[in-house]
Design a protein around this ligand. Structure first.
Ligand code: GCW
Length: 721
């Protein structure tokens, strides 16, 4: 009998084990859930949270309130490992109430109007208080979207194991426009996209909206991202046609409950292509009228349409200069069409002329700075973080600080066009922080880029931050599991540009990967080191734009066949028998003069120029001694080698996490890390072999001999598939 019982118990426990394992296996860790995973937290944490979360009280039936309810219920139930019920009102300790003074009578009776008034339309307050006889948590805001942001904040606190029993948090975003720019084309391809096809299926829209679009909006809302430009800046006029506006409206309807507004990139010549006009001259009355009518039509379909993002007279795109007008003429004409609807025009500063002898790094400033103070109040100028083009490392763009009477917003690239596509693990906030923290000296010391773009230095009224999206139809959204962290980080920085990269990494790891403290330490270190390592094996000491032409994957410093000089790597590195680097001092292009005096002098002087920008600003002799005491040639080689070594060590450290990280994601990341190591070796060898033709010096000790010959590296580009 006893025997039987025992075997029955062990059978039963075996069944439990089987069910448990099956449950774990059936929940594929394919990365789809991003940082909103809501799996049960560690037991002790659950015990401490449980009394504080016993019911969800979110009265009201708007789409946003429904989204709040769903998120709170699935988030809290998932994290606590047991269903948390919805209640109509507070009737016990541990109720979590969310909404606005209007949507929730209980919040309305709190008398928080004054405190909420300071928080604007998107801020929120999360507070643990006593309500009548019960202790509760209140998540309140002026608007429902603000309350949704508060809910995501509350869930993030739990996901990152923070205490929640004495909560008293108020937050509001520092930037008003927090946007993703999608370079998505009509045919579903994505320019510089490395995670599958476009998320928008234009053929199926507007009738069929992929449910994934709701998850996209949700993920953005969880970070506070409130704008999405759905088509490529290399634009097609069709997007403004009545047929496509219906499709765009269906997307906007899906995003709306989550506070994400839709924007479009209009093609400047659309009045000709769609309107049948003879010109797109912004001074032509018919053209201006066409745009006004188009704007009215757009707002009929999409009442909360955000506005236009415009690439004009850049890389072959039409623009006002096509008609001998200038950027202000073009931007302000579009701005006038959108102004009655409160729409904005985001005009891109990525403009560079193809004049002989021209320094591309100086072009945007030359083209745009003279127009300071002339743009309409609903125009922002969107400036890439650096003066060339999303390189692994660039100094900050000299336009930051140089246009006190213009609303500037930075454009970062989340997708890794020049940084190893979705194959290389690189945590981008390290790079973005470098730019945000840069001191422009525009109004003396402390005039950081952050203070310019958040409006505090020049009192800029409208502020924003844009990131070129890295999302696509891949199941895990971003190709590389770790590339999700860059989407996450971009949103967090747009909300608060002062956040430290370490904190962002910590949050993301805890929410997306693991609560294991030792594993988290290792992963944090890998993430924080990754950017410097990538710069080491791709473009150390200020090298830039030495990638293979066209696709930009892998090295090709020898490249010199593009029709425009400034599309060729040889234009940027200027290697010769004497040395390496682009002289942007007075003796050269003098682009350095675009910076304020303190910055200019520091960069212009070989001795004070930070070594990370040495070859950006100077043509440096091969035998020039660096801080390490090594010659420039030796230092270059040592850095390439160091980058390779990092990829090897990282693989080892990642391998050691097997068993701590779920099997699927662990294996998928390991595969990518192997590619990253292969690529880093390729970069080191190709670049050093090529530059050695000029330096005529041997590789220093510790730098491995190349695996192939230069001819082999030149023959065929590195493959990314
Ligand atoms: O970096 C270059 C890219 C182009 C891109 C352009 C831009 C959308 O290679 O693909 O075009 O920048 O930012 O406009």
């Amino acid at each position: 009998m006893e025997q039987k019982l025992r075997s029955r118990t062990s059978l039963a426990s075996l069944a439990v084990v089987i069910i448990f394992v099956a449950g774990a296996i059936s929940k594929a860790e394919d990365g789809y859930r991003l940082w909103l995973r809501y799996d049960p937290l560690p037991r002790q944490t659950i015990e401490s949270y449980r009394p504080r979360i016993t019911s969800i009280v979110v009265p009201g039936d708007s789409a946003t309130l429904a989204a709040i309810r769903t998120e709170l219920v699935s988030g809290c139930s998932g994290l606590l490992g047991s269903k948390v019920p919805v209640a109509d009102e507070v009737n016990r300790d541990g109720a979590v109430i969310a909404g606005t003074p209007k949507s929730s009578p209980e919040i309305g009776r709190l008398g928080w109007e004054r405190q909420l008034a300071d928080l604007g339309p998107e801020g929120f307050r999360v507070r643990a208080i006593r309500l009548g006889r019960h202790s509760v948590t209140v998540i309140a805001a002026n608007t429902e979207v603000g309350a949704l942001y508060g809910v995501f904040h509350f869930l993030r606190l739990m996901q990152t194991l923070q205490p929640i029993n004495r909560l008293d948090v108020t937050q509001k975003p520092r930037m008003q426009l927090r946007m993703l720019d999608h370079w998505d084309n009509l045919d579903g391809s994505i320019e510089r996209g490395y995670a599958g096809r476009s998320l928008w299926d234009w053929k199926a829209l507007p009738e069929n909206v992929n449910p994934r679009l709701r998850d996209y909006a949700r993920a953005n809302a969880s970070l506070g991202i409130n704008g999405s430009v759905v088509n490529n800046v290399n634009a097609n006029s069709i997007f403004l046609s009545a047929e496509y506006l219906r499709k765009v409206a269906a997307i906007a309807d899906t995003f709306r409950p989550y506070g994400v507004r839709v924007y479009l990139s209009p093609r400047f010549s659309a009045p000709i292509e769609l309107g049948g006009l003879k010109t797109a001259d912004p001074f032509d009355q018919e053209v201006a009228t066409w745009w006004k009518k188009k704007a009215d039509e757009i707002y009929q379909a999409i009442p909360d349409f955000g506005g236009f993002l415009v690439k004009a007279n850049s890389e072959g795109q039409p623009g006002p200069r096509t008609y001998n007008r200038n950027h202000v003429d073009g931007a302000n004409m579009l701005a006038a069409a959108l102004a009655p609807h409160r729409g904005v025009v985001i005009w891109r500063a990525f403009v560079y002329d193809a004049k002989p002898g021209y320094d591309r790094a100086a072009a945007a400033y030359d083209n745009l700075q003279p127009f300071d103070g002339q743009f309409a109040p609903n125009v922002l100028l969107q400036v890439k973080n650096g003066p060339i083009d999303f390189q692994p490392r660039e100094p900050f763009h000299p336009l930051f600080g140089a246009m006190p009477k213009t609303q500037l917003m930075p454009e970062f690239q989340i997708t890794q066009e020049y940084l190893g596509f979705s194959n290389h693990l690189v945590f981008l906030p390290q790079m973005w922080r470098e730019v945000l923290d840069s001191d422009t000296y525009a109004k003396g010391p402390g005039s950081t880029v952050t203070k310019i773009i958040d409006g505090s230095l020049y009192g800029q009224r409208l502020t924003g931050m844009a990131g070129v999206a890295n999302t696509g139809s891949d199941r895990n959204w971003t190709g590389h599991h770790f590339a999700q962290a860059n989407w996450y980080a971009f949103g967090r920085l747009a909300w608060n540009p002062d956040l430290a990269s370490r904190q962002i990494a910590g949050e993301w790891i805890s929410m997306s990967l693991t609560h294991d403290a030792r594993a988290a330490d290792t992963i944090t270190r890998i993430m924080l080191e990754s950017h410097e390592a990538l710069v080491d094996y791709m473009t150390p000491l200020g090298l830039h734009h030495i990638m293979w032409g066209g696709h930009h994957y892998g090295p090709a410093p020898w490249w010199d066949t593009e029709p425009r000089a400034d599309w060729n790597p040889v234009y940027y590195h200027r290697a010769d028998d004497r040395g390496l680097g682009f002289d942007r001092t007075e003796k050269g292009s003098n682009a350095v003069s675009q910076y304020y005096a303190q910055v200019r002098d520091r960069f212009a002087n070989l001795n004070s120029c930070p070594e990370k920008f040495l070859l950006w600003f100077h043509h440096v002799p091969w035998e020039y001694r660096l801080l390490t005491g090594r010659t420039m040639w030796d230092e270059l080689a040592v850095r390439y080698q160091r980058g390779v070594e990092w990829t090897r060590t990282t693989r080892k450290h990642w391998d050691a996490l097997s068993g701590v990280i779920d099997a699927q994601r662990h294996a998928e990341v390991a595969k990518k890390l192997a590619i990253q190591e292969r690529d880093s070796i390729w970069w080191r060898d190709a670049c050093l072999l090529y530059f050695q033709n000029f330096s005529k010096r041997p590789l220093p000790k510790g730098v491995e001999p190349p695996a192939k010959t230069l001819e082999e590296y030149k023959a065929k580009s590195l493959e990314w598939k």
